[in-house]
Design a protein around this ligand. Sequence first.
Ligand code: AMP
Length: 193
Amino acid sequence: MKKIAVFCGSSLGFNEIYRNDAIELGSYFAENNIGLVYGGGKIGMMGILADTMLNKNGKVIGVIPGLLRHEEVAHNSITEMIVTKTMSKRKVKISKLVDGYIALPGGFGTLDEIFEALTLNQLGIEQKPIGILNTNGFFNPLIEQLNLMVKEGYLKQSNKEMLLVSESVKDLFLKMYNYKAPDLSKVINKIVK
Ligand code: AMP
């Protein structure tokens, strides 16, 4: 995997344990020569992640909509900044650049982005590994919700399993490297027809 998108909070969160995730993940990327593609911000978890990588000479590509760039939240010393017209164009651009996705703790924006990636994979439009770093059980209630969706017949177990979950960066990468996308040719045929 050459480039991975990381979605994470534009806030720092109250518990330091989460910002350590951003530091640990950024270090892993830099040490393993993986390029970071992210929202381009300098604030919150995003800023810590980008700064960690830049301090270790890692490659950081930000993709930011013009609207947010002028909010003075854009990071101005990353390797490359791509400015898009809209939020939705940003997501498309990010998806074209990366080989996989990871979410760290965050809020609405983070969930929106990771679920868009899951939806693209569920439809077979993409076949990329998607992981969440579940430090301190941050995502446990979300996983419970997904289990309920399976139980109530709104989500296939096989699609739920597209979301790779781990509490450790190394283990998450192992799962991502070993990920095999399910054969969705039937789904794609249905959509095309
Ligand atoms: P949230 O989880 O609601 O804090 O939103 C964070 C996610 O949404 C990030 O992964 C970004 O791609 C995007 N985002 C939200 N706020 C900003 C911002 N101020 N600057 C850049 N990206 C942002």
